[in-house]
Ligand binder design. Sequence first.
Ligand code: M6R
Length: 615
Amino acid sequence: MCGIVGYIGHREAYPIIMKGLKRLEYRGYDSAGIALFDGNDIKLSKTKGKVSDLESRVSQEITTEGSLGIGHTRWATHGVPNDINSHPHYSNSGNLVIIHNGIIENYESLRTELTKRGYSFTSDTDTEVLVNLIEDVKKNEDTKLGKAVQIALNQVVGAYAIAVFDKTKPNEIVVARLGSPLAIGIGDDEFFVASDASPFIEYTKNAIYLEDEQMAIIRRGKDVKIRKIKSDTLVDPYVQELQINLEQIEKGGYDHFMLKEIYEQPSAIKDTYRGRLRVKSGIIKMAGIDDNLDKFLKANRIIVVACGTSWHAGLVSEYIFEDLARIPVEVEYASEFRYRNPVINKGDVVIAISQSGETADTLAAIKLAKSRGAFVFGVCNVVGSSIARETDAGAYTHAGPEIGVASTKAFTTQITVLTLIALKLAKEKGTITQSAYQSHLEELSLIPEKVETALKSDAHVQMISDIYKDARNFLYLGRGYNFPVALEGALKLKEISYIHAEGYPAAEMKHGPIALIDENMPIVVIATRKGHYDKVVSNIEEIKSRSGKIIGIVTEGDVSVKKLADHVIEVPETLESLTPLLTTIPLQLLSYHIAVMLDKNVDQPRNLAKSVTVE
Ligand code: M6R
Protein backbone atom coordinates (compact mmCIF):
# COMPACT_ATOMS: atom_id res chain seq x y z
CA MET A 1 0.00 0.00 0.00
CA CYS A 2 1.43 3.37 -1.05
CA GLY A 3 -0.02 6.87 -1.29
CA ILE A 4 -0.14 8.80 -4.55
CA VAL A 5 -0.91 12.48 -5.19
CA GLY A 6 -1.00 14.60 -8.34
CA TYR A 7 -1.95 18.12 -9.33
CA ILE A 8 -2.51 19.96 -12.62
CA GLY A 9 -3.95 23.48 -12.66
CA HIS A 10 -3.07 27.09 -12.01
CA ARG A 11 -1.53 26.94 -8.52
CA GLU A 12 1.93 25.91 -7.40
CA ALA A 13 1.81 22.11 -7.26
CA TYR A 14 4.57 21.66 -4.66
CA PRO A 15 2.78 22.71 -1.44
CA ILE A 16 -0.39 20.87 -2.46
CA ILE A 17 1.49 17.65 -3.16
CA MET A 18 3.65 17.87 -0.03
CA LYS A 19 0.68 18.44 2.25
CA GLY A 20 -1.19 15.65 0.46
CA LEU A 21 1.70 13.22 0.96
CA LYS A 22 1.73 13.95 4.70
CA ARG A 23 -1.94 13.07 4.85
CA LEU A 24 -1.32 9.84 2.98
CA GLU A 25 1.61 8.76 5.12
CA TYR A 26 -0.69 6.35 6.95
CA ARG A 27 -0.58 4.31 3.72
CA GLY A 28 3.18 3.86 3.81
CA TYR A 29 6.17 5.79 5.00
CA ASP A 30 9.39 4.07 4.07
CA SER A 31 10.27 6.49 1.28
CA ALA A 32 8.81 9.44 -0.57
CA GLY A 33 9.33 11.40 -3.75
CA ILE A 34 8.03 14.15 -5.99
CA ALA A 35 8.30 15.15 -9.67
CA LEU A 36 7.37 18.70 -10.78
CA PHE A 37 7.25 20.16 -14.28
CA ASP A 38 8.70 23.67 -14.09
CA GLY A 39 7.72 24.76 -17.60
CA ASN A 40 10.87 23.37 -19.23
CA ASP A 41 11.84 20.17 -17.55
CA ILE A 42 10.98 17.68 -14.81
CA LYS A 43 12.48 18.34 -11.38
CA LEU A 44 12.57 15.14 -9.39
CA SER A 45 13.60 14.45 -5.83
CA LYS A 46 13.12 11.30 -3.78
CA THR A 47 14.50 9.68 -0.68
CA LYS A 48 14.27 6.80 1.70
CA GLY A 49 12.42 7.95 4.81
CA LYS A 50 9.41 10.01 5.61
CA VAL A 51 7.80 12.95 3.83
CA SER A 52 9.65 15.27 6.24
CA ASP A 53 12.93 13.77 4.96
CA LEU A 54 11.75 14.45 1.43
CA GLU A 55 11.12 18.09 2.33
CA SER A 56 14.72 18.54 3.47
CA ARG A 57 16.02 16.71 0.40
CA VAL A 58 13.93 18.89 -1.93
CA SER A 59 15.25 22.07 -0.32
CA GLN A 60 18.81 21.00 -1.18
CA GLU A 61 18.17 19.45 -4.58
CA ILE A 62 15.50 21.10 -6.71
CA THR A 63 13.50 24.22 -7.33
CA THR A 64 9.83 23.85 -6.62
CA GLU A 65 8.10 25.94 -9.29
CA GLY A 66 5.47 24.37 -11.48
CA SER A 67 1.76 23.77 -11.69
CA LEU A 68 1.98 20.12 -12.72
CA GLY A 69 3.36 17.45 -10.44
CA ILE A 70 3.05 14.01 -8.88
CA GLY A 71 4.17 12.69 -5.50
CA HIS A 72 4.42 9.35 -3.75
CA THR A 73 4.80 7.94 -0.26
CA ARG A 74 5.94 4.35 -0.40
CA TRP A 75 5.28 1.14 1.38
CA ALA A 76 7.74 -1.16 -0.35
CA THR A 77 6.68 -4.33 -2.12
CA HIS A 78 9.40 -4.83 -4.76
CA GLY A 79 12.87 -3.78 -3.76
CA VAL A 80 14.01 -2.61 -0.33
CA PRO A 81 13.23 0.96 0.73
CA ASN A 82 16.10 3.10 -0.56
CA ASP A 83 16.54 6.29 -2.59
CA ILE A 84 16.67 4.51 -5.94
CA ASN A 85 13.61 2.35 -5.42
CA SER A 86 11.57 5.35 -4.26
CA HIS A 87 9.01 6.79 -6.67
CA PRO A 88 8.57 8.66 -9.03
CA HIS A 89 10.37 6.66 -11.72
CA TYR A 90 11.55 7.99 -15.06
CA SER A 91 11.34 6.13 -18.34
CA ASN A 92 14.66 5.61 -20.14
CA SER A 93 14.20 8.70 -22.35
CA GLY A 94 13.51 10.83 -19.30
CA ASN A 95 10.28 12.06 -20.90
CA LEU A 96 7.80 10.04 -18.83
CA VAL A 97 7.55 9.96 -15.09
CA ILE A 98 5.27 7.70 -13.04
CA ILE A 99 4.04 6.95 -9.53
CA HIS A 100 2.40 3.63 -8.69
CA ASN A 101 0.57 1.97 -5.83
CA GLY A 102 0.21 -1.78 -6.28
CA ILE A 103 2.07 -4.82 -7.53
CA ILE A 104 2.82 -5.77 -11.13
CA GLU A 105 2.98 -9.55 -10.87
CA ASN A 106 4.47 -10.26 -14.30
CA TYR A 107 7.13 -7.58 -14.02
CA GLU A 108 10.00 -10.03 -14.30
CA SER A 109 8.98 -11.32 -17.74
CA LEU A 110 8.20 -7.77 -18.90
CA ARG A 111 11.58 -6.60 -17.65
CA THR A 112 13.36 -9.42 -19.51
CA GLU A 113 11.50 -8.54 -22.69
CA LEU A 114 12.26 -4.83 -22.36
CA THR A 115 15.93 -5.53 -21.59
CA LYS A 116 16.14 -7.47 -24.87
CA ARG A 117 14.79 -4.37 -26.58
CA GLY A 118 17.57 -2.24 -25.11
CA TYR A 119 15.94 -0.80 -21.99
CA SER A 120 17.94 -0.56 -18.80
CA PHE A 121 16.76 -0.29 -15.22
CA THR A 122 18.24 1.49 -12.25
CA SER A 123 15.86 0.24 -9.56
CA ASP A 124 14.51 -3.16 -8.46
CA THR A 125 10.93 -2.01 -8.80
CA ASP A 126 8.06 -3.28 -10.89
CA THR A 127 7.09 0.38 -11.42
CA GLU A 128 10.17 1.25 -13.45
CA VAL A 129 9.29 -1.69 -15.69
CA LEU A 130 5.80 -0.30 -16.19
CA VAL A 131 6.91 3.21 -17.17
CA ASN A 132 9.32 1.79 -19.72
CA LEU A 133 6.66 -0.52 -21.08
CA ILE A 134 4.47 2.56 -21.60
CA GLU A 135 7.35 4.33 -23.30
CA ASP A 136 8.02 1.34 -25.53
CA VAL A 137 4.37 1.14 -26.61
CA LYS A 138 4.23 4.89 -27.18
CA LYS A 139 7.30 4.75 -29.42
CA ASN A 140 6.37 1.62 -31.37
CA GLU A 141 2.73 2.42 -31.89
CA ASP A 142 3.36 6.16 -32.30
CA THR A 143 0.44 6.95 -30.02
CA LYS A 144 -0.44 9.56 -27.46
CA LEU A 145 0.32 8.90 -23.81
CA GLY A 146 -3.26 7.85 -22.94
CA LYS A 147 -3.38 5.16 -25.61
CA ALA A 148 0.10 3.94 -24.71
CA VAL A 149 -0.91 3.60 -21.06
CA GLN A 150 -4.00 1.66 -22.08
CA ILE A 151 -2.10 -0.77 -24.34
CA ALA A 152 0.61 -1.27 -21.72
CA LEU A 153 -1.87 -1.94 -18.93
CA ASN A 154 -3.50 -4.62 -21.04
CA GLN A 155 -0.17 -6.49 -20.89
CA VAL A 156 0.09 -6.19 -17.15
CA VAL A 157 -1.04 -8.70 -14.50
CA GLY A 158 -1.48 -7.34 -11.00
CA ALA A 159 -2.85 -4.36 -9.16
CA TYR A 160 -2.24 -0.67 -9.68
CA ALA A 161 -3.22 2.92 -9.20
CA ILE A 162 -0.89 5.00 -11.35
CA ALA A 163 -0.38 8.60 -12.39
CA VAL A 164 1.97 9.40 -15.25
CA PHE A 165 2.86 12.47 -17.30
CA ASP A 166 5.00 13.25 -20.33
CA LYS A 167 7.23 16.32 -20.23
CA THR A 168 6.80 16.80 -23.99
CA LYS A 169 3.00 17.15 -23.48
CA PRO A 170 2.84 18.86 -20.09
CA ASN A 171 -0.87 19.59 -20.22
CA GLU A 172 -2.18 16.25 -19.11
CA ILE A 173 -1.87 13.57 -16.44
CA VAL A 174 -2.97 10.02 -17.21
CA VAL A 175 -4.23 7.91 -14.33
CA ALA A 176 -5.57 4.35 -14.09
CA ARG A 177 -6.68 1.88 -11.47
CA LEU A 178 -7.11 -1.81 -10.88
CA GLY A 179 -7.34 -3.06 -7.31
CA SER A 180 -5.82 0.08 -5.71
CA PRO A 181 -7.88 3.21 -4.99
CA LEU A 182 -7.75 6.41 -7.00
CA ALA A 183 -9.79 9.59 -6.62
CA ILE A 184 -9.82 12.64 -8.89
CA GLY A 185 -10.70 16.00 -7.31
CA ILE A 186 -12.45 18.43 -9.65
CA GLY A 187 -11.73 22.09 -8.88
CA ASP A 188 -12.14 25.31 -10.88
CA ASP A 189 -9.80 24.84 -13.80
CA GLU A 190 -7.68 22.51 -11.72
CA PHE A 191 -7.57 18.78 -10.99
CA PHE A 192 -6.19 16.69 -8.17
CA VAL A 193 -5.32 13.01 -8.08
CA ALA A 194 -4.90 10.97 -4.91
CA SER A 195 -5.26 7.56 -3.26
CA ASP A 196 -8.07 9.05 -1.20
CA ALA A 197 -9.69 12.47 -1.06
CA SER A 198 -7.71 13.76 1.96
CA PRO A 199 -5.05 15.63 -0.11
CA PHE A 200 -7.65 17.77 -1.87
CA ILE A 201 -10.53 18.08 0.58
CA GLU A 202 -9.83 21.77 1.32
CA TYR A 203 -9.73 22.68 -2.39
CA THR A 204 -12.79 20.88 -3.64
CA LYS A 205 -15.62 18.66 -2.42
CA ASN A 206 -16.24 17.28 -5.91
CA ALA A 207 -14.59 13.98 -6.69
CA ILE A 208 -14.66 11.12 -9.14
CA TYR A 209 -13.69 7.72 -7.75
CA LEU A 210 -12.28 5.65 -10.59
CA GLU A 211 -13.61 2.11 -10.77
CA ASP A 212 -11.39 -0.91 -11.33
CA GLU A 213 -10.20 -1.25 -14.93
CA GLN A 214 -10.83 2.42 -15.67
CA MET A 215 -8.35 5.07 -16.71
CA ALA A 216 -8.66 8.84 -17.06
CA ILE A 217 -6.96 11.48 -19.15
CA ILE A 218 -6.95 14.71 -17.16
CA ARG A 219 -6.40 17.75 -19.36
CA ARG A 220 -5.25 21.06 -17.91
CA GLY A 221 -8.02 23.64 -17.91
CA LYS A 222 -10.30 21.30 -19.84
CA ASP A 223 -11.83 18.04 -18.66
CA VAL A 224 -11.47 14.49 -17.43
CA LYS A 225 -12.06 11.73 -19.99
CA ILE A 226 -12.68 8.31 -18.48
CA ARG A 227 -12.50 5.09 -20.44
CA LYS A 228 -12.43 1.38 -19.74
CA ILE A 229 -8.94 -0.04 -20.02
CA LYS A 230 -10.03 -3.31 -21.61
CA SER A 231 -12.76 -2.30 -24.02
CA ASP A 232 -11.86 1.32 -24.83
CA THR A 233 -15.47 2.38 -24.07
CA LEU A 234 -15.92 5.95 -22.83
CA VAL A 235 -17.53 6.24 -19.38
CA ASP A 236 -19.58 9.23 -18.19
CA PRO A 237 -17.76 10.70 -15.18
CA TYR A 238 -19.82 10.41 -11.99
CA VAL A 239 -18.90 13.40 -9.82
CA GLN A 240 -19.76 12.89 -6.14
CA GLU A 241 -20.05 15.56 -3.52
CA LEU A 242 -17.90 14.56 -0.56
CA GLN A 243 -19.71 14.69 2.77
CA ILE A 244 -16.91 13.50 5.01
CA ASN A 245 -14.14 15.23 6.92
CA LEU A 246 -10.39 14.75 6.72
CA GLU A 247 -9.99 12.26 9.55
CA GLN A 248 -12.80 10.09 8.25
CA ILE A 249 -11.17 9.98 4.83
CA GLU A 250 -7.81 8.81 6.17
CA LYS A 251 -9.58 6.04 7.99
CA GLY A 252 -11.50 5.17 4.84
CA GLY A 253 -14.75 6.22 6.51
CA TYR A 254 -14.22 3.88 9.48
CA ASP A 255 -14.17 5.26 13.01
CA HIS A 256 -10.86 3.60 13.85
CA PHE A 257 -7.88 2.16 12.03
CA MET A 258 -8.48 -1.15 13.81
CA LEU A 259 -11.95 -1.49 12.29
CA LYS A 260 -10.62 -0.46 8.87
CA GLU A 261 -7.90 -3.09 9.16
CA ILE A 262 -10.40 -5.75 10.24
CA TYR A 263 -12.41 -4.96 7.13
CA GLU A 264 -9.30 -4.92 4.94
CA GLN A 265 -8.65 -8.60 5.63
CA PRO A 266 -10.30 -10.00 2.49
CA SER A 267 -8.10 -7.83 0.28
CA ALA A 268 -5.04 -8.18 2.52
CA ILE A 269 -5.24 -12.00 2.38
CA LYS A 270 -5.64 -11.79 -1.39
CA ASP A 271 -2.56 -9.55 -1.59
CA THR A 272 -0.67 -12.10 0.51
CA TYR A 273 -1.32 -14.99 -1.85
CA ARG A 274 -1.38 -12.93 -5.05
CA GLY A 275 1.13 -14.36 -7.53
CA ARG A 276 2.03 -17.15 -5.09
CA LEU A 277 -1.07 -19.31 -5.05
CA ARG A 278 -1.74 -20.69 -8.52
CA VAL A 279 -4.80 -22.84 -8.15
CA LYS A 280 -5.29 -23.96 -11.75
CA SER A 281 -1.73 -25.15 -12.22
CA GLY A 282 -1.58 -26.51 -8.67
CA ILE A 283 1.57 -24.51 -7.89
CA ILE A 284 2.70 -22.44 -4.94
CA LYS A 285 5.46 -20.05 -5.92
CA MET A 286 7.47 -18.39 -3.17
CA ALA A 287 10.97 -17.27 -4.06
CA GLY A 288 12.26 -17.42 -0.46
CA ILE A 289 11.20 -21.06 -0.17
CA ASP A 290 12.06 -22.10 -3.73
CA ASP A 291 15.62 -20.82 -3.27
CA ASN A 292 16.07 -22.70 0.01
CA LEU A 293 13.92 -25.74 -0.56
CA ASP A 294 16.63 -28.24 0.40
CA LYS A 295 16.98 -26.65 3.85
CA PHE A 296 13.26 -26.97 4.51
CA LEU A 297 13.02 -30.49 3.10
CA LYS A 298 15.94 -31.68 5.21
CA ALA A 299 14.69 -29.89 8.34
CA ASN A 300 14.37 -32.20 11.33
CA ARG A 301 12.49 -29.52 13.16
CA ILE A 302 11.12 -26.02 12.73
CA ILE A 303 11.51 -23.59 15.62
CA VAL A 304 9.18 -20.59 15.44
CA VAL A 305 10.17 -17.45 17.36
CA ALA A 306 7.81 -14.50 17.76
CA CYS A 307 5.94 -12.32 20.26
CA GLY A 308 2.29 -11.51 20.94
CA THR A 309 -0.10 -11.95 18.07
CA SER A 310 2.72 -13.14 15.82
CA TRP A 311 3.42 -15.87 18.37
CA HIS A 312 -0.22 -16.92 18.11
CA ALA A 313 0.13 -17.13 14.33
CA GLY A 314 3.20 -19.29 15.00
CA LEU A 315 1.11 -21.60 17.18
CA VAL A 316 -1.42 -22.00 14.36
CA SER A 317 1.48 -22.88 12.05
CA GLU A 318 2.57 -25.62 14.45
CA TYR A 319 -0.68 -27.42 13.72
CA ILE A 320 -0.40 -26.80 9.98
CA PHE A 321 3.25 -27.86 9.59
CA GLU A 322 2.82 -30.97 11.68
CA ASP A 323 -0.52 -31.93 10.20
CA LEU A 324 0.27 -31.35 6.53
CA ALA A 325 4.06 -31.47 6.14
CA ARG A 326 4.83 -33.80 9.05
CA ILE A 327 7.65 -31.58 10.34
CA PRO A 328 7.95 -31.27 14.14
CA VAL A 329 7.52 -27.68 15.28
CA GLU A 330 8.34 -25.83 18.47
CA VAL A 331 6.90 -22.38 19.02
CA GLU A 332 8.91 -20.16 21.31
CA TYR A 333 8.36 -16.76 22.83
CA ALA A 334 11.32 -14.86 21.41
CA SER A 335 11.91 -13.24 24.81
CA GLU A 336 12.33 -16.66 26.46
CA PHE A 337 14.24 -18.29 23.64
CA ARG A 338 16.92 -15.62 23.59
CA TYR A 339 17.86 -16.14 27.24
CA ARG A 340 17.32 -19.90 27.49
CA ASN A 341 20.46 -21.43 26.00
CA PRO A 342 18.26 -23.34 23.54
CA VAL A 343 19.37 -26.53 21.84
CA ILE A 344 19.64 -25.86 18.14
CA ASN A 345 20.60 -28.87 16.07
CA LYS A 346 22.10 -29.02 12.63
CA GLY A 347 19.20 -29.08 10.23
CA ASP A 348 16.84 -27.03 12.40
CA VAL A 349 15.10 -24.24 10.55
CA VAL A 350 14.06 -21.17 12.53
CA ILE A 351 11.06 -19.13 11.37
CA ALA A 352 10.80 -15.63 12.86
CA ILE A 353 7.39 -13.98 12.58
CA SER A 354 6.91 -10.24 13.03
CA GLN A 355 4.49 -7.71 11.60
CA SER A 356 6.73 -4.71 12.22
CA GLY A 357 10.01 -6.53 11.67
CA GLU A 358 11.42 -4.43 14.51
CA THR A 359 10.50 -6.32 17.69
CA ALA A 360 13.65 -6.31 19.83
CA ASP A 361 13.20 -9.77 21.37
CA THR A 362 12.49 -11.41 18.01
CA LEU A 363 15.53 -9.71 16.51
CA ALA A 364 17.71 -10.92 19.38
CA ALA A 365 16.32 -14.47 19.04
CA ILE A 366 17.23 -14.42 15.34
CA LYS A 367 20.78 -13.31 16.10
CA LEU A 368 21.17 -16.05 18.67
CA ALA A 369 19.82 -18.72 16.30
CA LYS A 370 22.15 -17.53 13.54
CA SER A 371 25.15 -17.52 15.84
CA ARG A 372 24.41 -21.21 16.53
CA GLY A 373 24.36 -22.02 12.83
CA ALA A 374 20.61 -22.10 12.18
CA PHE A 375 19.07 -21.06 8.89
CA VAL A 376 16.57 -18.31 9.76
CA PHE A 377 13.54 -17.50 7.63
CA GLY A 378 11.49 -14.34 8.27
CA VAL A 379 7.78 -13.75 7.88
CA CYS A 380 7.39 -9.95 8.08
CA ASN A 381 5.00 -7.33 6.91
CA VAL A 382 7.27 -4.30 6.75
CA VAL A 383 9.60 -4.52 3.78
CA GLY A 384 13.23 -3.72 4.52
CA SER A 385 12.65 -3.85 8.31
CA SER A 386 15.45 -4.95 10.63
CA ILE A 387 14.13 -8.53 10.89
CA ALA A 388 13.62 -8.77 7.13
CA ARG A 389 17.25 -7.75 6.69
CA GLU A 390 18.66 -9.92 9.46
CA THR A 391 17.07 -13.20 8.33
CA ASP A 392 18.67 -15.46 5.70
CA ALA A 393 15.54 -15.49 3.54
CA GLY A 394 11.88 -14.76 3.98
CA ALA A 395 8.39 -14.07 2.71
CA TYR A 396 6.54 -10.82 3.15
CA THR A 397 2.89 -10.83 4.12
CA HIS A 398 2.04 -7.80 1.91
CA ALA A 399 -0.79 -6.83 4.28
CA GLY A 400 -0.24 -3.08 3.89
CA PRO A 401 0.54 -0.83 6.87
CA GLU A 402 -1.12 -1.83 10.12
CA ILE A 403 -1.70 1.32 12.17
CA GLY A 404 -4.01 0.09 14.95
CA VAL A 405 -1.90 -1.18 17.85
CA ALA A 406 -4.07 -4.29 18.08
CA SER A 407 -2.94 -6.61 15.30
CA THR A 408 -5.71 -7.94 13.12
CA LYS A 409 -4.81 -8.28 9.46
CA ALA A 410 -1.22 -9.07 10.46
CA PHE A 411 -2.48 -12.26 12.15
CA THR A 412 -4.55 -13.58 9.24
CA THR A 413 -1.93 -12.72 6.61
CA GLN A 414 0.84 -14.36 8.65
CA ILE A 415 -1.28 -17.52 8.84
CA THR A 416 -1.82 -17.29 5.08
CA VAL A 417 1.93 -17.16 4.38
CA LEU A 418 2.64 -20.01 6.82
CA THR A 419 -0.13 -22.11 5.27
CA LEU A 420 1.33 -21.58 1.80
CA ILE A 421 4.75 -22.69 3.06
CA ALA A 422 3.34 -25.77 4.81
CA LEU A 423 1.36 -26.78 1.72
CA LYS A 424 4.35 -26.34 -0.53
CA LEU A 425 6.54 -28.47 1.73
CA ALA A 426 3.80 -31.08 2.12
CA LYS A 427 3.57 -31.37 -1.67
CA GLU A 428 7.35 -31.63 -2.08
CA LYS A 429 7.65 -34.21 0.71
CA GLY A 430 4.67 -36.23 -0.47
CA THR A 431 2.96 -36.02 2.92
CA ILE A 432 -0.32 -34.83 1.41
CA THR A 433 -2.43 -36.52 -1.24
CA GLN A 434 -2.83 -34.72 -4.55
CA SER A 435 -6.56 -34.27 -3.98
CA ALA A 436 -6.11 -32.91 -0.45
CA TYR A 437 -3.41 -30.55 -1.73
CA GLN A 438 -5.59 -29.29 -4.54
CA SER A 439 -8.61 -28.80 -2.30
CA HIS A 440 -6.44 -26.79 0.13
CA LEU A 441 -5.36 -24.52 -2.72
CA GLU A 442 -8.95 -24.07 -3.85
CA GLU A 443 -10.24 -23.41 -0.34
CA LEU A 444 -7.44 -20.97 0.42
CA SER A 445 -8.33 -19.00 -2.70
CA LEU A 446 -11.92 -18.77 -1.39
CA ILE A 447 -10.94 -17.48 2.05
CA PRO A 448 -11.19 -13.75 1.16
CA GLU A 449 -14.84 -14.10 0.19
CA LYS A 450 -15.53 -16.25 3.25
CA VAL A 451 -13.92 -13.59 5.46
CA GLU A 452 -16.25 -11.13 3.75
CA THR A 453 -19.18 -13.33 4.79
CA ALA A 454 -17.84 -13.64 8.34
CA LEU A 455 -17.70 -9.83 8.54
CA LYS A 456 -21.44 -9.72 7.92
CA SER A 457 -21.94 -10.84 11.52
CA ASP A 458 -20.74 -7.40 12.64
CA ALA A 459 -24.13 -6.02 13.75
CA HIS A 460 -24.92 -9.26 15.61
CA VAL A 461 -21.52 -9.18 17.34
CA GLN A 462 -22.17 -5.56 18.30
CA MET A 463 -25.44 -6.59 19.93
CA ILE A 464 -23.65 -9.35 21.90
CA SER A 465 -20.91 -6.87 22.87
CA ASP A 466 -23.51 -4.60 24.39
CA ILE A 467 -24.77 -7.41 26.63
CA TYR A 468 -21.31 -8.37 27.95
CA LYS A 469 -19.39 -5.11 27.88
CA ASP A 470 -19.51 -4.74 31.68
CA ALA A 471 -18.16 -8.21 32.45
CA ARG A 472 -14.85 -8.07 34.31
CA ASN A 473 -13.55 -11.45 33.11
CA PHE A 474 -13.86 -13.48 29.91
CA LEU A 475 -12.77 -16.98 29.06
CA TYR A 476 -11.96 -18.05 25.49
CA LEU A 477 -11.86 -21.75 24.65
CA GLY A 478 -10.82 -23.61 21.53
CA ARG A 479 -9.26 -26.92 20.55
CA GLY A 480 -6.72 -27.93 17.92
CA TYR A 481 -6.28 -25.28 15.26
CA ASN A 482 -8.61 -23.01 17.19
CA PHE A 483 -6.76 -23.10 20.50
CA PRO A 484 -4.35 -20.34 19.32
CA VAL A 485 -7.39 -18.40 18.06
CA ALA A 486 -8.80 -18.51 21.61
CA LEU A 487 -5.51 -17.07 22.89
CA GLU A 488 -5.61 -14.36 20.24
CA GLY A 489 -9.24 -13.50 21.01
CA ALA A 490 -8.39 -13.08 24.69
CA LEU A 491 -5.35 -10.92 23.88
CA LYS A 492 -7.44 -8.65 21.65
CA LEU A 493 -10.00 -8.10 24.40
CA LYS A 494 -7.38 -7.47 27.09
CA GLU A 495 -5.30 -5.00 25.17
CA ILE A 496 -8.00 -2.64 23.96
CA SER A 497 -10.82 -2.93 26.53
CA TYR A 498 -8.67 -3.65 29.64
CA ILE A 499 -11.02 -6.51 30.59
CA HIS A 500 -9.24 -9.52 31.99
CA ALA A 501 -9.49 -12.45 29.57
CA GLU A 502 -7.87 -15.85 29.33
CA GLY A 503 -7.53 -18.23 26.43
CA TYR A 504 -7.43 -21.94 27.15
CA PRO A 505 -7.50 -25.25 25.29
CA ALA A 506 -11.14 -26.26 25.84
CA ALA A 507 -10.31 -29.55 27.53
CA GLU A 508 -7.92 -27.91 29.99
CA MET A 509 -10.85 -26.02 31.44
CA LYS A 510 -11.50 -28.92 33.81
CA HIS A 511 -8.02 -28.58 35.25
CA GLY A 512 -8.62 -25.23 36.89
CA PRO A 513 -10.51 -22.49 35.05
CA ILE A 514 -13.82 -24.30 35.52
CA ALA A 515 -13.72 -23.00 39.11
CA LEU A 516 -14.20 -19.48 37.74
CA ILE A 517 -17.41 -20.26 35.93
CA ASP A 518 -20.65 -18.81 37.24
CA GLU A 519 -23.56 -16.85 35.80
CA ASN A 520 -21.39 -13.73 35.49
CA MET A 521 -18.72 -15.31 33.33
CA PRO A 522 -19.01 -14.97 29.54
CA ILE A 523 -17.19 -17.82 27.78
CA VAL A 524 -16.42 -17.62 24.09
CA VAL A 525 -16.17 -21.14 22.70
CA ILE A 526 -14.91 -21.83 19.20
CA ALA A 527 -16.91 -24.85 18.09
CA THR A 528 -16.63 -25.22 14.33
CA ARG A 529 -17.98 -28.38 12.75
CA LYS A 530 -14.54 -29.50 11.57
CA GLY A 531 -12.23 -29.91 14.52
CA HIS A 532 -13.14 -32.02 17.56
CA TYR A 533 -16.71 -30.78 17.38
CA ASP A 534 -18.27 -33.42 19.64
CA LYS A 535 -15.60 -32.92 22.27
CA VAL A 536 -16.14 -29.18 22.27
CA VAL A 537 -19.92 -29.67 22.52
CA SER A 538 -19.27 -31.76 25.65
CA ASN A 539 -17.19 -28.89 27.06
CA ILE A 540 -20.07 -26.53 26.34
CA GLU A 541 -22.41 -28.84 28.25
CA GLU A 542 -20.06 -28.64 31.22
CA ILE A 543 -20.13 -24.84 31.10
CA LYS A 544 -23.88 -24.80 30.73
CA SER A 545 -24.39 -26.94 33.81
CA ARG A 546 -22.41 -24.33 35.78
CA SER A 547 -24.53 -21.44 34.45
CA GLY A 548 -21.72 -19.83 32.40
CA LYS A 549 -22.82 -17.54 29.55
CA ILE A 550 -21.86 -19.16 26.27
CA ILE A 551 -21.00 -17.32 23.06
CA GLY A 552 -20.39 -20.01 20.46
CA ILE A 553 -18.41 -19.41 17.26
CA VAL A 554 -19.96 -22.02 14.99
CA THR A 555 -20.11 -23.17 11.40
CA GLU A 556 -23.06 -21.94 9.32
CA GLY A 557 -26.09 -24.18 9.85
CA ASP A 558 -24.92 -25.50 13.23
CA VAL A 559 -27.63 -27.20 15.29
CA SER A 560 -26.16 -28.68 18.50
CA VAL A 561 -24.29 -25.65 19.84
CA LYS A 562 -27.24 -23.42 19.00
CA LYS A 563 -29.38 -25.43 21.41
CA LEU A 564 -26.90 -24.98 24.26
CA ALA A 565 -25.35 -21.55 23.79
CA ASP A 566 -26.74 -18.18 24.82
CA HIS A 567 -25.57 -16.72 21.51
CA VAL A 568 -23.95 -18.10 18.40
CA ILE A 569 -21.97 -16.32 15.72
CA GLU A 570 -21.69 -18.18 12.44
CA VAL A 571 -18.71 -18.39 10.12
CA PRO A 572 -18.65 -20.14 6.73
CA GLU A 573 -17.54 -23.76 6.42
CA THR A 574 -13.96 -24.42 5.33
CA LEU A 575 -11.20 -26.98 5.79
CA GLU A 576 -10.20 -27.51 9.41
CA SER A 577 -6.69 -26.12 8.84
CA LEU A 578 -8.12 -22.88 7.47
CA THR A 579 -10.75 -22.28 10.16
CA PRO A 580 -8.52 -19.86 12.17
CA LEU A 581 -8.71 -17.42 9.25
CA LEU A 582 -12.48 -17.23 9.78
CA THR A 583 -13.05 -17.84 13.49
CA THR A 584 -10.74 -14.99 14.43
CA ILE A 585 -12.96 -12.43 12.64
CA PRO A 586 -15.88 -12.35 15.14
CA LEU A 587 -13.38 -12.29 18.02
CA GLN A 588 -11.69 -9.19 16.57
CA LEU A 589 -15.10 -7.54 16.17
CA LEU A 590 -16.18 -8.49 19.70
CA SER A 591 -13.13 -6.89 21.29
CA TYR A 592 -13.43 -3.85 19.03
CA HIS A 593 -17.08 -3.17 19.89
CA ILE A 594 -16.64 -3.74 23.61
CA ALA A 595 -13.71 -1.31 23.68
CA VAL A 596 -15.68 1.31 21.75
CA MET A 597 -18.66 0.89 24.07
CA LEU A 598 -16.35 1.34 27.06
CA ASP A 599 -14.99 4.48 25.44
CA LYS A 600 -11.41 3.20 25.27
CA ASN A 601 -8.74 4.46 22.89
CA VAL A 602 -9.00 1.59 20.43
CA ASP A 603 -6.12 2.48 18.14
CA GLN A 604 -3.70 3.52 20.87
CA PRO A 605 -4.43 1.53 24.01
CA ARG A 606 -2.70 2.59 27.20
CA ASN A 607 0.84 1.36 27.90
CA LEU A 608 1.22 -0.27 24.49
CA ALA A 609 3.27 0.55 21.41
CA LYS A 610 2.83 -0.68 17.87
CA SER A 611 6.34 -1.88 17.67
CA VAL A 612 8.19 -3.02 20.80
CA THR A 613 11.78 -2.12 20.07
CA VAL A 614 12.98 -2.46 23.66
CA GLU A 615 13.20 -5.60 25.78
O1 M6R B 1 5.57 -6.49 15.09
P1 M6R B 1 5.47 -7.82 15.78
O2 M6R B 1 4.57 -8.74 15.07
O3 M6R B 1 6.82 -8.44 16.03
O4 M6R B 1 4.84 -7.49 17.19
C1 M6R B 1 4.71 -8.48 18.15
C2 M6R B 1 3.74 -8.05 19.24
O5 M6R B 1 4.21 -6.92 19.90
C3 M6R B 1 2.36 -7.74 18.65
O6 M6R B 1 1.87 -8.83 17.94
C4 M6R B 1 1.35 -7.39 19.76
O7 M6R B 1 1.13 -8.50 20.57
C5 M6R B 1 0.05 -6.93 19.09
N1 M6R B 1 -0.01 -5.52 19.10
C6 M6R B 1 -1.15 -7.48 19.71
O8 M6R B 1 -2.30 -7.07 19.04
